[in-house]
Design a protein around this ligand. Structure first.
Ligand code: NAP
Length: 255
């Protein structure tokens, strides 16, 4: 018996990286998982195949966040998938994981209003309105987990805008935590540090060596190491934790 048997979950941005590991972890515990993505349908399908190979259940949902009508598109696909696979539209677990950054960062004096609008739309506005929309589907005892970043607890000038968006996301967790507690719904933040999401930078040994020095363990994180924390927060065992900020940076913030 998995700890999440009979439960349903939506993981935004689970075609790749940390989101894929979260989707796989939730499915391994028995949840039916909606694998959300923006454009990379092949990767989303691969996540579903990985889950099915492991004996789990999943389906894909496409919706580019930050575009007009994004939340409507997401919930149309989600509700259709839930009806098909579970017979109803109950959503027990929502993981707001999809996020964007400025790939090369940006010095504070180079930031543009367009970059501001884009990053806030994807990293803060979308999770707010996804969570709001999910409230009608979440049963008492439901779970919401927001994926932030260790950058909100330190000062990296080139990541200022990104960290601002994640700081907003953390406040979403706190405000909603108090609001939803009467229903037994918990909402928490998990903050990864540098985590190998398979992108090109993680294939460059010198850069990896440099990034490794940030963690107390002197290595970069694996997606499963973040996913394991999220899976715990999705289970009943975490019922006494809400509005929390969980540092999953491998001790990168210890100084
Ligand atoms: P990733 O490998 O870049 O994957 C991003 C995922 O989000 C993909 O599934 C992508 O879908 C989806 N996505 C991106 N922009 C989207 C949009 N506008 N609309 C809908 N879906 C979108 O990401 P990651 O590195 O695993 O990061 C996952 C989360 O952890 C993010 O919130 C990130 O900020 C946070 N984080 C990551 C690290 C790290 O070192 N990796 C560190 C701290 C925090 P497609 O495949 O269709 O593009």
């Amino acid at each position: 018996m998995g700890k999440l048997n009979g439960k349903t979950a939506l993981v935004t941005g689970s075609s790749r990286g940390i989101g894929r590991a979260i989707a796989a972890g939730l499915a391994r515990e028995g949840a039916l998982v909606a694998v959300h993505y923006a454009h990379n349908e092949r990767a989303a399908q691969e996540t579903v195949e990985l889950i099915e190979k492991d004996g789990g259940q999943a389906f894909t949902v496409q919706a580019p966040l930050g575009a007009v009508g994004d939340v409507d598109q997401l919930f149309q696909g989600l509700e259709a998938g839930l009806k098909k696979h579970a017979g109803n539209t109950v959503l027990d677990i929502l993981v707001n994981n999809a996020g964007e950054t400025l790939p090369a960062g940006a010095a504070p004096e180079d930031l543009s209003p367009e970059q501001f609008d884009r990053l806030f739309a994807v990293n803060a506005k979308a999770p707010l309105f996804i969570t709001q929309r999910a409230l009608g589907l979440l049963p008492d005892g439901g779970r919401v987990i927001n994926i932030s970043s260790g950058t909100t607890r330190t000062a990296i000038p080139s990541q200022t805008l990104y960290a601002m968006t994640k700081g907003a996301l953390e406040q979403l967790s706190r405000g909603f935590a108090r609001h939803l507690a009467p229903r037994g719904i918990t909402i928490n933040t998990v903050a990864p540090g540098i985590t190998d999401n398979g992108s090109e930078i993680f294939k460059m040994p010198e850069v990896v060596e440099q990034m490794s020095q940030l963690s107390a363990f002197k290595r970069i994180g694996e997606p499963k190491e973040v996913a394991d924390v999220v899976v715990f927060l999705a289970t009943d065992e975490s019922r006494w934790i809400t509005g929390a900020f969980i540092d999953a940076t491998g001790g990168s913030l210890l100084g």
